[in-house]
Design a protein around this ligand. Structure first.
Ligand code: NAD
Length: 337
């Protein structure tokens, strides 16, 4: 927090539609008098000792401010690039990925009452990047699960459950098959549950969760789901599908010190620069960020304005079936603040 009462927040505008949707966030935040000063940084990757790294200034900015909002970053395919998103997660040790999915009134989907929160372990599991060829035609990929990383994300889930008032944590796993790895995750969850007596704990097999969630998501509305990396990756996209796709889904990557909030969608190169992008997912991510920072009133005010514009359905972008340009939608939100 600066002397003028404003909080400095790092802004990574990102590629493709990133700058356009970032502009909407900036315009709406300034109209809502959110006490934030943006610090824009460039994260174009650099090659240092054969490794893809993020420029030092960008790292210093996030470390100084603790909080960042990030637009989508394009990952060039087939050039031996490590995903910049993965690099960011590793650099700042962003161990938990939080993905809320809430139905949006006015945007018709097969379900209109979804309100799930999923927390994904973000650092290990199948994403440890340990793969090798055993002999020609046989490869081995190692799923790494540690008690430390499991405990860290599970504690976060319990705390999130208490703070959000959900008060129920469900671990999603496949410990019937992966007895040791998922078994460790599940046992750690069970052990920790004793330290959080106000939170109800149970566990469910991943396949069962998928089946039950698409049949009826309502019983999941009062729970925090927590799971190892790959399951979280897949299940969180499934949840996004329940509320109408990735264009409306926000996320937060939480670390011990720094946190980065971002939309789930990519850089949408097909519509970039045309003023057609829907900034809602990045806006909802920025609202998660405000809540994380304790600026709850500002968060609620902007969220209500967004939901009201979407519910009315007159000034919405093309992906939602409307005709509004990005800035027209942002102006409509501003007029509702
Ligand atoms: P994408 O999400 O960019 O696009 C998929 C489709 O959804 C496109 O038709 C696009 O026009 C549309 N779309 C996405 N966001 C939209 C929005 N806000 N408003 C309106 N329409 C929207 O997925 P992709 O095409 O597979 O990926 C493009 C690039 O983005 C790739 O380089 C990929 O690596 C990158 N990517 C980045 C992230 C991230 O930074 N978190 C996530 C996913 C993909």
């Amino acid at each position: 927090k600066h002397n003028d009462g404003k909080y400095a927040v790092t802004l990574i505008e990102g590629d493709g539609i990133g700058p356009e949707i970032s502009q909407s966030v900036k315009d709406i935040f300034s109209a809502a008098n959110v006490p934030i000063k943006w610090e824009s940084v460039d994260v174009t990757p650099q090659l240092k000792d054969g490794k893809t790294v993020i420029p030092d200034e960008a790292i210093a900015s996030v470390e100084r401010n603790y909080v960042a909002l990030k637009g989508p970053l394009a990952t060039p395919v087939g050039k031996g690039h490590v995903s910049l998103n993965l690099t960011l997660r590793r650099t700042f040790n962003l161990f938990a990925n939080v993905r809320p999915c809430k139905s949006i009134a006015g945007y018709k989907t097969p379900y209109d009452n979804v309100d799930t929160v999923l927390i994904r372990e973000n650092t290990e599991g199948e994403y440890s990047g340990i793969e090798h060829v055993v002999v020609d035609g046989v490869v081995q990929s190692i799923k790494l699960i540690t008690r430390d990383a499991s405990e860290r994300v599970l504690r976060f889930a319990y705390q999130y459950a208490m703070e959000s008032g959900r008060n129920k944590v469900r671990a999603v796993h496949k410990a019937t098959i992966m007895k040791m790895s998922d078994g460790l995750f599940l046992n750690t969850a069970r052990d920790l549950s004793k330290e959080y007596p106000s939170v109800e704990f149970d566990a469910e097999l991943l396949d069962n969760t998928c089946l039950k969630m698409v049949t009826d998501p309502v019983p999941y509305n009062d729970k925090v789901l927590v799971m190892p990396n790959l399951y979280g990756d897949i299940l969180s996209d499934m949840c996004a599908g329940l509320i109408g796709g990735l264009g409306l889904t926000p996320s937060g990557n939480i670390g011990d010190e720094c946190s980065i909030f971002e939309a789930v969608h990519g850089s949408a190169p097909d519509i970039a620069g045309k003023g057609l992008a829907n900034p809602t997912a990045l806006l909802l991510s920025s609202i998660m960020m405000l809540e994380h920072m304790g600026l709850r009133e500002h968060a609620a005010k902007i969220q209500n304005a967004i939901f009201s514009v979407l519910a009315e359905g007159k000034t919405i972008t093309g992906d939602l079936g409307g005709k509004a340009k990005t800035h027209e939608y942002a102006d409509a939100v501003i007029s509702r603040l």
